[in-house]
Design a protein around this ligand. Structure first.
Ligand code: HEM
Ligand SMILES: *[C@@H]1O[C@H](CO)[C@@H](O)[C@H](O)[C@H]1NC(C)=O
Ligand SMILES: *[C@@H]1O[C@H](CO)[C@@H](O)[C@H](O)[C@H]1NC(C)=O
Length: 324
């Protein structure tokens, strides 16, 4: 160790001893120095096998943080006596990536047993997913502790639905301390990944009970979506790109799509329906680096929601279950 590292290690030890309940960029510096490399490798390997997994990990982090804060609660598996969040409406047959986090956790446990929380691993994995998809990077302060419970009811009520109006979605973001800009910026996560037909099919065949196609959906996109999502229940789980242009690339094409009436979800296209959010969308469609900068800022806010620190909570041994 050179002198600078010794000084940093000393400061880190002090902050650990004080356990002052704040997140810290050097939290695992002494006891799990390779953490970020292990997570990066785990996400990279998972993406090599399944391109979509980057999007799924980013969404998993979001669905964790919106329900009782970022506490790894979404990772807890159901048991006979415990009903967690994985079977909540927005998650069931939809949220994915649990095994990737479990695998990374196993690697991290081998390197640094009982040191790193599952929620910190998920937070880092979401960041790596964005970086490895070509998006922005940002520093992640660490030291979140895993919760000891989950909240099925909150998972059903706090997570936004693609069928609710922007005002309702904004209210759900405000409830966790995020503002209207965060809504527009974080919706940009839909620049990667897929959505099932049932999440937007009403726009194709029966928009607001009219029996018509949503007038705010580009006609040629509507035609092609009708092919992949025919008007029968059996098409409900067929998959479609949230960003048809660059489905697995983290770029600003999502916003360009919205400007062209080519947003997939009604809640996406709704961002063009209000002057304030529409002007943000237009800015991000023109200035990718503005989007990257603001996305990084909003992701830090997302990752800080309701975190458990200090002596509270625990460091789970396995992400799917609380320690006995
Ligand atoms: C603003 C309100 C939001 C609504 C209404 C919404 C809704 C949805 C829906 C319906 C899907 C498709 C799920 C499925 O078909 O199984 C989806 C996918 C996705 N969402 Fe959101 N979302 C919102 C915000 C966010 C935020 C804030 C993030 C992350 C920062 C995010 C990241 C993603 C990603 C990456 C996917 C693709 C996942 C995959 O391919 O596995 N979403 N979202
Ligand atoms: C590869 O991806 C598929 C599809 O998501 C998944 O079912 C499978 O478990 C993955 N395999 C490995 C080794 O991660
Ligand atoms: C939007 O919020 C209002 C007020 O909370 C609620 O009455 C309404 O049902 C919500 N709309 C949808 C579509 O969820």
């Amino acid at each position: 160790m050179n002198q600078k590292n010794i000084i940093i290690a000393f400061l880190v030890s002090c902050s650990l001893l004080l356990a002052n309940g704040q997140l810290d960029y050097y939290y695992y510096y002494s006891f799990c120095p390779n953490l970020e490399m292990i997570v990066k490798y785990g996400v990279w390997a998972a993406m090599k096998n399944d391109t979509r997994i980057a999007a799924s990990l980013l969404r998993l982090h979001f669905h964790d943080c919106f329900v009782n804060g970022c506490d790894g609660s979404i990772l807890l598996d159901d048991t006979k006596t415990f009903k967690g969040e994985q079977n909540a409406g927005p998650n069931i047959n939809s949220a994915r990536g649990y095994e990737v986090i479990d695998n990374i956790k196993a690697d991290v446990e081998r390197a640094c047993p009982s040191t790193v929380s599952c929620v910190d691993i998920l937070t880092l994995a979401a960041r790596e997913a964005v970086v490895l998809s070509g998006g922005p990077n940002w520093p992640v302060a660490l030291g979140r502790r895993d919760g000891v419970t989950a909240n099925l009811k909150a998972a059903n009520t706090n997570l936004p639905s693609p069928f609710e109006p922007l005002a309702n979605i904004t209210a759900k973001f405000a409830a966790v301390g995020l503002d209207i800009r965060d809504v527009v910026v974080l919706s940009g996560a839909h620049t990667i990944g897929l959505a099932q037909c049932f999440t937007f099919k009403n726009r194709l065949f029966d928009f607001k009970g009219t029996g018509q196609t949503d007038p705010n959906l580009d006609t040629s996109l509507a035609t092609s979506l009708k092919t992949s999502c025919p008007n029968v229940d059996s098409s409900n789980s067929n998959l479609n790109s949230l960003d048809l242009v660059t489905t697995y690339k983290f770029d600003n094409a999502y916003y360009k799509n919205l400007v062209n009436n080519a947003g997939l979800l009604e809640s996406d296209q709704a961002l063009m329906g209000h002057p304030l959010t529409a002007s943000m969308v237009k800015d991000y469609s023109m200035y990718p680096y503005l989007f990257y900068k603001d996305f990084a800022t909003s992701m830090v806010k997302l990752g800080n929601i309701g975190v458990i620190t200090g002596q509270n909570g625990q460091v789970r041994k396995k992400c799917g279950e609380v320690n006995r």
